[in-house]
Design a binder for this molecule. Structure first.
Ligand SMILES: C[S@@+](CC[C@H](N)C(=O)[O-])C[C@H]1O[C@@H](n2cnc3c(N)ncnc32)[C@H](O)[C@@H]1O
Length: 222
């Protein structure tokens, strides 16, 4: 218990944030802890995350439209889900997609408690977000891509699920020393991500560089 509390002390948000001098072994333990959904959902969204995550700037940069349909893949605690939902109006929809039943219960509780009408949770498969074809204007994927199994197949499914002109937004930790974020070996380098997306028929449509520790890239079907 003491050890768990010590580990939790390193966490500054439910998104696997680590102190810079954390040892490699601790980082793996942290990653395991993060994958323990019960421990994860027990933690509130830490306002300290906002300092580097800049959610307001991220949402503004997306230029969301009333009525659009967004799939938040790996929605987690809903850090971005509910912010996205506020900007798309009653006619829009955010699908909060996650593979963790505990996360989905947590999200459903938030949907009920916040009386949000335009968020729908989806308990997905690890290799399939289980959305209908041509139903999504924008996939939003923050700090989750490295968790996805069989990403080529997943991108093929996402391409079918996108409406014409749709976008895939990727926000993830740079493969560099940063004061927070998952262990470096679990991160996907920006250049590798772009290559992977290009190989699967996507191209960079825009890139925002105001986040200190993460890349923020918008892809469209090429
Ligand atoms: C690091 S959290 C990020 C949460 C959220 N996007 C955020 O920025 O706060 C990663 C989330 O992805 C979920 N996840 C892992 N593998 C997944 C998959 N194959 N499909 C969908 N969600 C997945 C985990 O359950 C977890 O909630």
């Amino acid at each position: 218990m003491k050890r768990l509390l010590a580990l939790l002390g390193w966490l500054t948000l439910p998104g696997l944030l680590l102190a810079q001098d954390t040892t490699k072994r601790d980082m793996h333990e942290m990653h395991k802890l993060h994958q323990d959904s019960k421990a994860y959902v027990a933690m509130p969204d830490d306002p300290k995350r906002d300092e580097y995550q800049k959610p307001h700037e991220v949402i503004t940069a997306l230029k969301l439209k009333e009525g659009e349909v967004i799939a938040d893949i790996g929605a987690g605690s809903g850090y971005f889900t509910f912010r996205l939902a506020r900007h798309i109006g009653d006619t829009g929809r955010v699908y909060a997609v996650d593979v963790s039943p505990e996360m989905i219960v947590h999200l459903n509780r938030r949907i009920r408690d916040l009386k949000v009408k335009n968020v729908v949770s989806i308990l997905a498969a690890p290799d399939d977000p289980l959305l209908a074809n041509a139903s999504v204007d924008r996939f939003f994927i923050c700090d989750t891509w490295h968790h996805i199994e069989n990403r080529d197949r997943y991108l093929g499914l996402m391409k079918k699920m996108l409406k014409p002109g749709g976008e895939v937004v990727m926000v993830d930790f740079k493969k560099a020393e940063t004061p927070v974020g998952p262990p470096p070996e679990m991160r996907i380098d920006r250049a590798d991500l772009v290559k992977e997306m290009e190989k699967n028929g996507f191209k960079v449509a825009a890139e925002h560089t105001f986040l200190p520790y993460q890349y923020f890239i918008v892809f469209k079907v090429s």
